[in-house]
Design a protein around this ligand. Structure first.
Ligand code: KG4
Ligand code: ZN
Length: 361
């Protein structure tokens, strides 16, 4: 039996979790910095590292207390070593190293993207329907949009975004329309009130690797649409609403959002989902022996995506994480670390934070 403390601090969440044998979650604590970054319309790296510094000790302490464990009960400490924001990664990784230095526990370095995949593997195992390999893994978040062929812990990159990540597109469009940060969850909630076919966005067709993604053209098309339609008043009204109420309800949003904006939001989401679905289908036809599709990362919360990408549309089992484990968390880091623990893959104290760490070529 192995109990691993996982630490995640790659972006704007400070998280710690203890997972037993890569399967049983003994504790999970996530301190989100959303409120700190919201007023800037995106993550401010300097503020993120400062918040991680503030939170890391209490968050790890809480995870240990929630699990009812002390250091000698652990078998290893794992931390995200990349990809992510340099200053943010450093806080979690350095704290993990200091625990290891003080306790003698081994250190495990985890790739954040592999973590997202393991969130799904862990929950599928818990449900009694384990992910079957080789699998297609699509990671769609604020920082990443990648598709891999995954065979156990071996990965091959099939496609990646050439510009914005899918979540980044959601966030930029949300900000442009006055919905604040992060835009993804608000757009998801409001899209059902609009007509997804109202704005005819052309889908991105890639030259070269057709499994590569692109979202910046769509984002620009939304910008052009906004510029050529009378939407400014509504945008100001929504910004004003956010200033007095940081978390409006659907009804409060709808009161300051016209039908043409709802149609725009629905069409935008439809276009993103359509690209993700098309690429998932493209990958399944390319990788003939694929047994399942894994989708993870913050955008995996999107209800339009969950409704569109199903076993019926894809032709194989599709595994999504629960909402709590779709966005950044440390359960996924501790779960991914278990595989490395079993293989004796430990990191030295010279292990560096790598903002551009890749999972596979
Ligand atoms: O995985 P995550 O927490 O952080 C990164 O590793 O980037 O993902 C955050 C991203 C944000 O861009 C956010 O807008 C997006 O996930 N997101 C969503 C939804 N919930 C979160 N995008 C679309 N629909 C959602 N329901
Ligand atoms: Zn992430």
């Amino acid at each position: 039996m192995a109990r691993i403390l996982g630490i995640e601090s790659s972006c704007d969440e400070t998280a710690a979790s203890i997972v037993e044998d890569g399967e049983r979650i003994l504790s999970s604590v996530v301190a989100s910095q959303l409120d700190v970054h919201a007023k800037y319309g995106g993550v401010v790296p300097e503020l993120a590292s400062r918040e991680h510094l503030r939170s890391i000790v209490p968050v790890v302490r809480e995870a240990m207390a929630e699990a009812g464990l002390a250091w000698p009960d652990l078998d290893a400490v794992a931390a995200t070593s990349g990809p992510g924001l340099a200053g943010s990664l450093l806080v979690g990784l350095t704290y993990a190293k200091s625990i290891c230095f003080a306790t003698g526990l081994p250190l495990i370095a985890v790739n954040h993207i592999e973590g997202h995949i393991h969130a799904v593997i862990l929950e599928a195992k818990q449900r009694g329907t384990p992910v079957e390999f080789p699998a297609l893994a699509m990671i769609v978040s604020g920082g990443h949009t990648h598709m891999f062929e995954a065979s156990g812990s071996a990965y091959k990159l099939l496609g990646r975004t050439r510009d914005d990540a899918a979540g980044e597109a959601f966030d930029k469009v949300g900000k442009l329309l006055g919905f604040g940060y992060p835009g993804g969850p608000v757009i998801d909630r409001l899209a059902p009130f609009g007509d997804p076919d109202a704005v005819p966005f052309t889908s991105a067709r890639m030259k070269g690797n057709t499994l590569d993604f692109s979202f910046s053209g769509l984002k620009t098309a939304v910008l052009r649409w906004v510029e050529s339609h009378p939407m400014q008043e509504g945008i100001e009204a929504r910004k004003a609403l956010l200033r007095v109420n940081p978390r409006p309800t659907d009804g409060e949003w709808l009161a300051v959002t016209s039908q043409d904006v709802l149609d725009l939001v629905a069409s935008f989401q439809h276009s993103v989902v359509e690209q993700l679905l098309r690429h998932a289908l493209g990958a399944t036809s390319l990788m003939e022996n694929a047994k399942s599709l894994v989708i993870s990362g913050g955008v995996a919360c999107n209800s339009g995506l969950r409704a569109a990408v199903t076993q019926r549309t894809i032709g194989m089992p599709v595994h999504f994480p629960s909402f709590g484990l779709s966005t950044d968390n440390a359960v996924m880091i501790a779960a991914a670390a278990f595989v490395k623990f079993a293989q004796g893959e430990f990191a030295g104290f010279d292990c560096a934070a790598e903002p551009n760490l890749i999972l596979a070529k």
